[in-house]
Design a protein around this ligand. Structure first.
Ligand code: E4P
Length: 226
């Protein structure tokens, strides 16, 4: 499983990168807008936190393939390191993916709601395909099932693409796509923290410390004991 963080908030990225085994940060225009700062400067700030080798996914705004390709090339010039250009799976987007693939630019096909969108993006050359689990659930679809079909398609056709399951609103959705073998997930900082929460874990740790301190003293660690 490849874990990525779905945010452009620098403090959240610093905290999560310090704690968790993360391989990348994903953004979209909505996520970037929340930070209310220059687009390129936000991406550069994220890069300085996560390092050159960590994946950074940034989305284009153009509606035509020509506009998307120009934006992608511009982003590639401005932002160093492992960069993935997010391209929506419209017909013009698929055209842009084909062109960018030939230019050697890495692509994440995004705004995916159906398995056929993902399959066509994979065959066009997308490195990642990002189905929107919660948004599919919200239109009475089954986001996890769509991720499952896409993952199977990639295996059946022996494609190089990885599934990047996205748009989660709870830990259970992340768990369900993990169970069916999604290659990667992008999760917002709140859900990332919740993935480790369990009251019995906290209770157990409290109990261990209470028992330890009853013999070795309050606040004592192993290194304090002779
Ligand atoms: C991925 O990068 C998507 O843009 C993102 O996960 C969408 O999430 P949302 O449906 O919570 O906005």
């Amino acid at each position: 499983m490849i874990y990525m963080l779905d945010t452009a908030n620098l403090e959240a990225i610093k905290k999560a990168y310090d704690l968790y085994p993360l391989s990348g940060v994903t953004t979209n225009p909505t996520i970037i807008s929340k930070e209310n700062n220059g687009f390129i400067s936000i991406l550069k700030d994220i890069r300085s936190i996560i390092g050159e080798d960590s994946m950074l996914h940034a989305q284009v705004l153009g509606k035509t393939a020509d506009e998307m390709v120009k934006e992608a090339v511009y982003l590639k010039e401005k932002v160093e390191g492992s960069l993935y250009i997010k391209i929506p799976v419209t017909p013009e987007g698929i055209k842009a993916i084909k062109i960018l693939k030939k230019e050697g630019i890495k692509i994440t096909a995004t705004a995916i709601f159906t398995a056929q969108q993902a399959l066509m993006a994979s065959i066009a050359g997308a490195d990642f395909v990002a189905p929107y689990v919660n948004r599919i659930d919200n239109i009475s679809g089954n986001g996890v099932e769509v991720v499952k079909i896409i993952t199977n398609q990639i295996n059946i056709y022996n494609l190089d693409t990885k599934v990047l399951a996205a748009s989660f609103k709870n830990v259970q959705q992340v768990h369900e796509v993990s169970k069916i073998g999604a290659h990667s997930v992008t999760v917002n900082p709140e859900i990332m923290d919740k993935m480790l929460e369990h009251p019995l874990t906290d209770w157990s740790i409290d109990q261990f410390i209470k028992d330890w301190e009853s013999i070795y003293g309050e606040g004592k660690l192993i290194t304090d004991i002779k």
